[in-house]
Design a protein around this ligand. Structure first.
Ligand SMILES: [Fe+2]
Ligand SMILES: [Fe+2]
Length: 208
């Protein structure tokens, strides 16, 4: 049987994750058919809702921490690449490796809780959110690959390379050159995924 080559270009109303309006690396917003299934409470109104305090607020604070870390890592790496002093680089390199490792660890833990507890609970309570939640689940699968790539780049990043200052500088810059695109990719995907995840889930949490 011939494989259906149009599978990935099906419009978003027949749900397919690998569609440009859905995939986390291609979409620029939540598509209209998905948004139609969501609760319509604008972000500006969340904090004033008494139901926001507690779990919803805590969840957004966790997201804020992840986004801060994912923005800080590439910023530190760019600073690192501009340094020409081995002493400064020796001070910053363990902080870069530590931040990268913590970020991967926290992101995996956070996604695990969402995949196994939050999303199934939301789906039970609000079956109309099936496709928006399916999109978030697909995002997590892409993010898992991006986190694996980041983890490998962090492992490859030398904290205290061997040799004279010139050899150390070369080793650090090589490590940073590999780590920076992985860190930038995660940051861009986190901004898209976390922003959309909150717009899908927080208004639903405010119904409870
Ligand atoms: Fe998520
Ligand atoms: Fe999340």
């Amino acid at each position: 049987m011939q494989e259906d080559s149009s599978r990935d270009s099906r419009p978003a109303d027949g749900f397919t994750y690998n569609h440009p309006e859905i995939h986390v690396e291609q979409r620029s917003c939540i598509s209209a058919p998905l948004r139609a299934a969501m609760f319509d409470i604008p972000r500006e109104a969340w904090a004033g809702n008494p139901k926001f305090r507690g779990e919803a607020q805590f969840w957004t604070q966790i997201h804020e921490g992840l986004l801060n870390a994912s923005a800080t890592l590439p910023a530190w790496l760019r600073q690192f690449q501009d340094m020409d002093d081995a002493g400064q680089m020796r001070a910053l390199s363990p902080r870069i490796a530590g931040l990268g490792g913590d970020l991967v660890h926290h992101a995996h833990g956070h996604h695990h809780i969402e995949d196994h507890h939050f999303f199934p609970a939301f789906l039970r309570l609000f079956p109309q959110l099936e496709h928006p939640l399916e999109m978030l689940d697909g995002d997590h699968k892409v993010l898992a690959e991006v986190l694996d790539d980041l983890e490998a780049a962090v492992r490859n990043f030398p904290i205290s390379p061997e040799g004279n200052d010139k050899a150390m500088l070369e080793a650090w810059l090589k490590g940073a050159e590999r780590l920076l695109p992985a860190a930038e990719r995660l940051d861009a995907l986190f901004i898209r995924h976390i922003g959309d995840e909150e717009e899908i889930c927080i208004p639903a949490m405010l119904q409870l």
